[in-house]
Structure formats: structure tokens, C-alpha cells
Design a protein around this ligand. Sequence first.
Ligand code: PMP
Length: 416
Amino acid sequence: MHFSPEYFKTHFPLFAQQENRNLVYLDNAATTQKPACVIDALRDFYLHSNANTHRSSHRLARRATEMVEGVRRAAAGFLNARSPREIIFTRGATEGLNLLANSLCGTLQAGDEVVLSTAEHHANLVPWQMMAERYGLTLRFVPDARGIPQFDRIGEVLSSRTKIVSVTAGSNALGFRTDLAALRASLGDRNLYWVLDGAQLAAHDPVDVAAIGCDFFVCSAHKFYGPTGIGLVFGKEEHLRSMPPWQGGGEMIADVDLLSSAYAELPHKFEAGTSSLAGIAGLGACLEFIARQDRVAMALHEQQLQQYLHEKLSQISELHLLSNPRHNLGIVSFTHPRCAAIDLAQWLDGRDIAVRVGHHCAQPLLRAAGHTATLRASLAAYNTRADLDRFVAAVEEFLRQLDSDTDPEPGMADMT
Ligand code: PMP
């Protein structure tokens, strides 16, 4: 079993551009770079197959329709769904979660409960807050320890009123993987919908929704080397059949009258309007690209990198690591008591090292952990130890300068 990150990186033309030759890209949890086959697929779609799907009966429309339905089959394979009817194309994980929140909550009664966790990305928090307000639902939260959800204690917040459990399969802020087998066991055979935000997990682990046993799973292609503007919702067919559509418009109907309409069959019922067709073509190329990789070796490489980075950073005095190398998706997050994360990130940017600072769209988690911002380095399979050595050396150099600076600017240290 061998994986060469250097060879893998040659598939990504951005790194071959003159201005990016020296780039260390450690912002992969925000979005990954794209391989040439994905970039080509976007261009090829417009060059050879551009037409709207389903509606017209000409050659190009047929080709575009076949492409979309082919990618849907590939996506069903990627997530191990039973049928392509269980796959809905969305703009991304955010739209997928909004679709589920809107469609599922409309069928609930006031006082019904939705269980979330403190570590949710805002995309898996705000839509449920909006629905709670609209329908009088109660939001409950998995018990946490300084923001980190203790999923083994989820039983404490489940009740006969719990109708939905929607939690992250892996944290974008701290990188932990949720123990999905244990969570499934805790949920048992309760009569509720189990939604998983898989935006980060799908970027690193093969996903098998049948083995996981969830009712719904959402993800975004751009996190796993695909284009922006396209994502997936997996939903069990029996649920999707009985759920009302979210958005109305063309494509999602079977028959329209002035006062009412009959909806299309699955999955089109949930795909109102024209989808990102080029995005779907790019996703298709991306799924083929991933299928050609040795994913076990790739995951091992990422695993070794994140352990190496945690180890290196843990040797820097005063640096406070919030992330933990155990069951980690390649995300390292830290603060330093004497410097603002933003100053360090700007220093790194000056050395062509791309990281992210802030609350990472997980404000409640950071707040509960006692921070407003962290510096996050997030890995992909094209990263190397050399990237990490440069990153760590630059952090050390910044901190050395901080130490030698006798008169630090006021306010520099309050961002932890
Ligand atoms: N959930 C998680 C865990 C994420 O990391 C992200 C992206 N940062 C999202 C949801 C939202 O994804 P998107 O912006 O692609 O809709």
C-alpha cells in the first residue's frame, strides 16, 4: 500500500501556476483545490453538452439528461445508497440542511423536539432555529464538555417528543469524528429522523450510509475535490416519498393547475428549477477521480500528517491546542495567549502559507470553549510533511519575534 502525495498533487493545476509554486495550502476544510479532470469536465460540459435537462427532446438535452442521471447513479454508489432516487442534488451542504429542516419540520407539532449539538456548523444550526421559531419546536443540545459534544450522553436529551436528531459526522472547527456506530446504538429504534452533516467526513472517509444507518446525509462536492455549487442529500426513499417538497417551480412537478399542483416522482420532487448542470458534470469527474485513488492509503497518509502536526505544535510552549489527534479528520486548531490568531495568519500569508482564522462558522462551540477565534490548519491528501515543517517553522519564527518584541501593540493578546 503506497500513496505519494507528491504525485497526487500533480493532478492539481493550481499548484503548478507560477504564483503558486511556493504555496502551502492548509485551508482544505474550507474548500479543496480541484484536479484537472474536474476543471476539464466543467469546460467540456459547456463546450459539448450544454442544454437544459429533462425539458427538451433534442440531442443535446438528451445528452445532458443522461449525464445528470449517470452522475446521480455514481453519487448513489459513492454513498452506498440503495437507489439513485435517494440522491438529491443541491447547491451544497447548507442548501441540503435547509431542505431537510424545511421539509421535515413542517410535519411536526408545536412542542416537538429537535436535538442538535454545540459543535454544529452554523449550517446545521440556523435552519433549525428558523424552523423552531416558525413551528414552535424546542431545540435541545447533546451534553457537552466546554463545547465538545459528549455523544455518549445523548440519551439524556432524548424524549418521546424528539422527532429529529441532526448532528455533525465530523467537526469542521476541531476535526473530531463522531462515533457513528455508538450514536446509532444510543438512538436505538426510536421513531425519529437521524440527519448527519457529512460535509467534513465525506472529504476524508469512504461513506456507507447503509452501514451507518442514518436517515439523511448531506455533503458538498467542493470539500472533496469537486466543484463549488453542487452538493448531495441522501435520504431513505420511504422518507423522501412522504416528505413535502421544499422549493416549488419547474422540474419538480408532474402537473400544474392554477390552484394546485401534483409533484414529480423522486428525486425530482426536491429539485426545483435548473440545477448546476456543469457542477454535476464536475462532480461526476470528481467521483471517478476519487474512485481511482487508493482511499485507504490516502486516509492513512492524512492520518499520519495530522498526528505529526499535532505532535510538532504540542512542543511549542504556551500554544494551546483545541483539537485532538484522536479520530481526527486532519484539522488542527489552536490559540496562543499572547497573540491574535489573525496576526499570525497574516504573517503566514506573507510566507505563502494559507490557513484560516476565526470561529469557523461554529461560534457556539468556540464560545463554550472560551475562545472567539482560533487558527485552523486543515489538511488534504496533497499536503506533505514538508508543508507542515514550513508551517511549524513559520509559527515558531513569529513567536520568537513576539518574544523579542519588548513593546507589543496593545490589544494583540485578546483574541484567544
Ligand atoms: N457543515 C460543515 C461541517 C462544514 O464544514 C460546512 C462547510 N464549511 C458546511 C456544513 C457548509 O457547507 P457549504 O458551505 O458547502 O454549504
